[in-house]
Design a protein around this ligand. Structure first.
Ligand SMILES: NC(=O)C1=CN([C@@H]2O[C@H](COP(=O)(O)OP(=O)(O)OC[C@H]3O[C@@H](n4cnc5c(N)ncnc54)[C@H](O)[C@@H]3O)[C@@H](O)[C@H]2O)C=CC1
Ligand SMILES: C[N+](C)(C)CC(=O)CC(=O)[O-]
Length: 321
């Protein structure tokens, strides 16, 4: 089956924080958007959120014809999805609710219209169980604010066609996003597994009276947080191993993972794990030398620092605030 990838109309179901982010992104990319949300006052709240995001989207650059006026709010699920080329659900994170909602959405949608769910970690095999044409159903997990952050994790369930995953990635790309295919269906996918681990440790630190929430946030935003905007943990640590790279880093700091620094049980540091990490990071390094990547890292850091400083000053804040 071929799926619609050249989309003109996007349907958004659920128009809270995430749904309104999708609506804003789609409108800014010049699409027609049809939205539905059962809450009283949802239309006014959605239009207000879109208006609030529009300034940033204008600065980023709007597609030709992009307009907030191309948003239509409707009264039923059927009306919302009937003529849509792509459907994005952003309803509350409850399995039973999503299961029932997707049965209704998929029954009313065009059979070749892809359906994405914004779920943060529920399994698509479970909540698409009652869907019509489940082969076109995927997870498209975005990050807040959806209208600016490019990452979207794309996950298929047991009934999802591999071509549907590829087609959905193409659609998300057309919306200016950076899709990441999560190849194994696991709760929390990739990004939230990482974020939740950090979050769990942060709560332990607060609970144990070690640091305040502000101190913990400072520990992130003045250190690793700055690096993370342009270089992930594995490549960062490869550089931290100096010229000897990841193998030296693993030898020096790997054993410390077994110490009780963290409440999270560490994996056993087997030879295979070390080899997998070394091989993975070697691939990431590609033909770049450590010193070339150090210069790249430093240039990126300077650029990010300057950008944060200028933007904070524009908002009346000092750099250290
Ligand atoms: N807030 C976040 O940081 C992120 C949330 N997500 C996911 O996005 C989805 C939505 O989350 P939020 O926007 O944060 O929640 P929210 O609470 O801001 O919005 C949910 C919206 O769904 C509406 N709603 C209630 N029942 C509904 C139904 N039966 N059908 C359709 N809509 C219904 C509500 O009226 C509300 O406007 C969840 O699956 C969540 O896991 C994904 C990424 C980040
Ligand atoms: C808290 N959360 C699990 C809903 C967060 C996300 O899913 C992604 C984000 O925007 O951080």
């Amino acid at each position: 089956m071929s799926f619609i990838t050249d989309i003109k109309t996007l349907a958004a179901l659920g128009s809270g924080v995430i749904g309104s982010g999708w609506v804003s992104r789609a409108l800014a990319h010049g699409l027609d958007v049809v939205a539905w949300d059962p809450a009283p006052g949802a239309e006014a709240a959605l239009r207000k959120r879109v208006a609030n995001a529009w300034g940033a989207l204008e600065k980023q650059g709007l597609a030709p014809g992009a307009s907030q006026d191309r948003l239509r709010f409707v009264a039923t699920i059927e009306e919302c999805v009937r003529d849509a080329d792509f459907i994005q659900e952003s309803a509350p994170e409850r399995l039973e609710l999503k299961l029932e909602l997707h049965a209704q959405i998929s029954a009313a949608a065009k059979p070749n219209a892809l359906i994405g769910s914004s779920t943060s970690g529920l399994l698509p095999s479970e909540f698409y169980e009652g869907s019509t044409h489940p082969e076109r159903c995927v997870v498209g997990h975005p990050f807040n604010p959806v209208y600016l952050l490019p990452l979207v994790e794309v996950v298929g369930g047991k009934n999802t066609a591999p071509e549907a995953v590829q087609a959905a990635m193409k659609v998300y790309e057309s919306l200016g996003m950076r899709p990441l295919h999560v190849r194994k269906e696991v709760p929390g996918f990739i990004a939230d597994r990482l974020l939740e681990a950090l979050w769990r440790e942060a709560l332990h630190l607060v609970n144990d009276g070690v640091a305040t929430t502000g101190e913990i946030d400072d520990a992130i935003r003045f250190g690793a947080g700055l690096r993370w905007s342009f270089m992930g943990t594995f490549l960062t640590y490869t550089l931290a191993g100096g010229d000897a790279g990841m193998r030296h880093f693993m030898a020096q700091f790997g054993p410390a993972l077994q110490l009780p620094w963290t409440y999270l049980p560490a994996p056993e540091l087997t030879e295979k794990l070390i080899d997998d990490v070394v091989e993975g990071t070697s691939e990431q390094l590609g033909s770049h030398s450590i010193s070339a990547l150090e210069r790249y890292r430093d240039d990126c850091l300077l650029a990010v620092l300057e950008a944060v400083k200028t933007t904070k000053a524009k908002h009346g804040m000092s750099f250290t605030e």
